[in-house]
Design a protein around this ligand. Sequence first.
Ligand SMILES: Cc1ncc(COP(=O)(O)O)c(C=O)c1O
Length: 428
Amino acid sequence: MTSSAFWMPFTPIEAAKNPLRVASGQGSWLVLEDGSRLLDGISSWWVNLHGHGRREIAEAIYQQALTLEQVIPAGLTHGPAEALAEGVVSHLPEALCRMFYSDDGSTAVEVALKMAVQYWWNQGETRRTRFLAFEGAYHGDTLGAMSVGDRTSGFSDPFRPLMFEVAYLPFPSTWEGDEGVEVKEAAALKALDMALAEGADTLAGLIVEPLIQGAGGMRFCRPEFLQEIQARMKAAELLVIYDEVMTGFGRTGEWFACVKAKTSPDMVCLSKGITGGFLPLGATVATKAVQDAFLGDHPSRTFWHGHSYTANPLGCAAGLASLKLMEEEPFRKIEAWHRELGEGVRKHPRLSRFRVMGTIAAMELLSDGSGGYFDASGPLLRKAFLDAGVLLRPLGNVIYILPPYCITEEELARIYETIISVVDALSS
Ligand SMILES: Cc1ncc(COP(=O)(O)O)c(C=O)c1O
């Protein structure tokens, strides 16, 4: 029996009546209460970098809990918070060196947006409250994060009056064999040029999911596009925020997407993989130039933002243990496996737009429906994958694989085989 006291996120109430009951997790596998197993092809909402039940992280949390479980971080500091900040920034471009903690991906984005607005306000530029963002973007479910997300999905319709003004740019989404990418990039850059020409004096900055838009359909763009954006934003002296909540910590095949794209934004938002999937934690890393705008004695110059569990020692200890596991760069091997195993997808008549970047692969089921998140094929695919023992969560007709880094080539092959057999069965 499912408890009706638990109101599930992102789940229609009727659909939540008979959820699968999970008892435990080990490596790439989840074990259900009835003893059956599920291969986790999405790292449980993109968080479990090293798989489930990693002893090294569990031990680190346990030891930290015996030592210091929590302390107010305003005016007080502790070793794990400092060490994790040092460890994370050591893998980011040199200019990104000031890490502000929060609780999750949405709050990491909220912090970046507020920091950007106050960065200008502290310099007497009080009209700079608008942002540039991308069609198809997803930055979280709190009001600010939702405001810079795509507004066509329907998720945010009831809240439209509460959201602030954003100018949207097209996202030049691309895939293997796409011959139109340069045309799409040129159109997006033209839209950026126009937005800058029209309202540069009221803009605070631009926010983008670098290289891969996640929830919007695992849409990829090229590094060259991000480099062009950076050049234009730098020339306009505006801030660039990278939302690396999903792409951070190895997902794109490099430590961070900004590193892979050879770009250096003014702020980077992090969460999801930061604790290896053990505890909620968010962080916004800014440049010293951004932080310098907050210097000064007058109270109005301070960034008055903080959450009760900010820089929680347990989360930071988990983050440090995860960083240690990342030292061997387990994410690097997965891209080659995707490219090889994707052969069946490339040849399949009902699958198209195959794309691979680092640990992530995505493809689209040719469907009779609308496409997009609410395409009717999504729930059908999801159920069929679960029935076949694989946890995948298609975004409408977009099927993607985002595995934990402990996955073996055989396990990944099993996911590809399941995708092909499910699509074959749905087509027959
Ligand atoms: C790019 C991106 N930003 C922000 C978020 C929001 O993170 P959270 O769900 O931890 O609030 C997500 C979540 O999927 C995301 O993919």
